[in-house]
Design a protein around this ligand. Structure first.
Ligand SMILES: Nc1ncnc2c1ncn2[C@@H]1O[C@H](COP(=O)(O)OP(=O)(O)O)[C@@H](O)[C@H]1O
Ligand SMILES: O=P(O)(O)OC[C@H](O)CO
Length: 487
């Protein structure tokens, strides 16, 4: 049986998933790797550990098939790797998307009025989240790096780009348009690396990868035996948008993993947000760019992990469901999980988490309920911004996926507080599916875009049940908590 190998290189683990001819999951392997926190607000990964974990999970699943038609890659976005063009050795740990070390430089960019240029060209904001200031940091702090970069001896890439470089034995230095769009160096209107921004950051353009469509020829690899083509690449949130078949303008998906990332398909219109959402590329196929409005929340499922690992009040993420159900309705806690600042639409890097409404009756059950609710409230913040930004956002249902979407309680509260239907699909591995479809479609194994969209299947719908007055009263409570948390 023919398979497609999908590699999902995420923030906390690497996964390899074999999809069969019918796009059903045949085999999965997963490996976690170390999170390195050198200082408060700094997050790094050991690039070799990422590489080893990818090789190991791929070897696991490849051994279970004798016919792999193509490889698709999806990855944690923005995470920045700079390596030596000759040796392929990274010159610094990967600096992860969550890392805030370049916040002061971003403030300088804002002070000098450069943020408007950035937004106009890249759709993004001057925030440490994106790759550009991380590249600049590496070139400035690793001894001799700037000179080597200027002499063409270094290369930069997001994780997809690094994996492809290694898999093709250094033959290809490429990325796809969705990953390029997250670097803050790529002009998403014109589809080119942006000279003005590269100049401002002193980043020589020779270190940047070639940018391809999401379904394209990214090179071949013989590391698993026969020569296999890499035919699909997309950043993980964009791959989930594809996997959720959000192909029509107005369609919206929200992925609840460590963080939450909501992407709204805006078609061929690059919407300029007035509410500090991001303009980004949803996907690029056959040379045609489809844009999205994105709301990025840094902490979603991670707040549940904090209940488990930080507070120790749950043993398993699943416990939150029963606890939320038995929580005292008269205790109204608001938990603002700004552990690493607030993302969209507030973008307050200095804010830190807070909890409001504590009384003597507040205990573990009320904390668990507040944690699940915080994800619903944050999503409503994003949706309100999207609706204010773009009239096309009016269309109905929110498609959800990611680990935390398994929580029925959280998904029901989400439907209640946003006052709109929430649909959970049968395939929750939408990220890996998106990358697999890109590669399989290009290989001629999987159906066309429309046929693929028709295969999307609902597992469970959540209809809003909360009375309008109650939902608005609760949301006003959240806004008050946010107001008191912001710096
Ligand atoms: N039943 C559940 N209820 C609430 N949260 C959950 C549940 N199952 C998983 N999660 C949360 O989902 C997250 C894992 O989702 P996943 O998509 O694997 O994340 P990532 O790809 O970012 O590592 C964890 O933060 C976990 O706390
Ligand atoms: O690896 P994830 O699922 O936490 O996703 C991370 C995002 O791509 C960051 O922008």
């Amino acid at each position: 049986m023919t398979h497609i190998l999908s590699i999902d290189q995420g923030t906390t683990s690497s996964r390899a998933i074999l999809f069969d001819e019918k796009m059903a999951i045949a085999h999965v392997a997963q490996q976690e790797f170390t999170q390195i926190y050198p200082q408060s607000g700094w997050v790094e990964h050991d690039v070799e550990e990422i590489w080893d974990s990818v090789v190991s999970v791929c070897n696991d699943v490849v051994a279970k098939s004798d016919d792999i038609a193509a490889i698709g890659i999806t990855n944690q976005r923005e995470t920045t790797i700079v390596w030596n063009r000759e040796t392929g050795e990274p010159i610094h740990n990967a600096i992860v998307w969550q890392d805030r070390r370049t916040a002061a430089f971003c403030d300088e960019l804002k002070d000098e009025g450069f943020e408007a240029e950035i937004t106009q060209r890249t759709g993004l904001l001057a925030d440490p989240y994106f790759s550009a200031t991380k590249v600049r940091y590496i070139l400035q702090t690793v001894e001799g790096a700037q000179e080597m970069a200027d002499a063409g001896k270094l290369v930069f890439g997001t994780v997809d780009s690094f994996l492809i470089w290694r898999m093709t034995g250094g033959k290809r230095h490429v990325t796809d348009a969705t990953n390029a769009a997250r670097t803050m160096l790529y002009n998403i209107r014109d589809g080119v690396w942006d000279e003005t921004i590269c100049k401002r950051f002193n980043i020589p353009m020779s270190i940047l990868p070639e940018v391809l469509d999401c379904a394209a020829d990214f090179g071949t690899t013989d590391m698993f035996g026969p020569e296999l083509p890499i035919l699909g690449v997309a950043g993980d949130q964009q791959a989930a948008t594809i996997g959720q078949a959000c192909f029509e303008p107005g369609m919206l998906k929200s992925t609840y993993g460590t963080g939450c990332f909501a992407l709204l398909n805006t078609g061929d219109e690059l919407v300029k947000s007035k509410n500090r959402l991001l303009g980004t590329i949803a996907y690029q196929l056959d040379g045609k760019t489809t844009y999205a409005l994105e709301g990025s929340i840094f902490i979603a499922g991670a707040v549940v992990q904090w209940l488990r690992d930080g507070l120790g009040i749950i043993e398993d993420a699943k416990d939150t469901h029963a606890m939320a159900e038995k929580a005292d309705p008269s205790v109204e806690l608001y938990l603002v999980p700004a552990f690493t600042g607030l993302g969209a639409p507030y973008w307050d890097a200095e804010a830190r988490g807070a909890i409001f409404g504590l009384t003597r009756n507040a205990g573990p059950a009320e904390f668990a309920r507040a944690a699940l609710e915080s994800v619903g409230f944050q999503t409503r913040d994003l949706l309100e911004a999207m609706h204010a930004d773009w009239s096309g956002a009016a269309k109905g249902t929110l498609r959800v996926d990611g680990g935390m979407s398994a929580s029925d309680w959280a998904m029901q509260f989400l439907a209640d507080i946003i006052g709109a239907p929430v649909d959970r699909p049968k395939v929750l591995e939408t990220t890996a599916l998106g990358a697999a479809w890109l590669a399989g479609m290009r290989a001629g194994v999987y159906p066309t875009q429309d046929e693929f969209a028709a295969t999307w299947a609902l597992e469970r719908p959540f209809a809003p049940e909360m009375a309008a007055t109650e939902k608005d009263r609760r949301f006003a409570g959240w806004k008050d908590a946010i107001g008191r948390t912001k710096t």
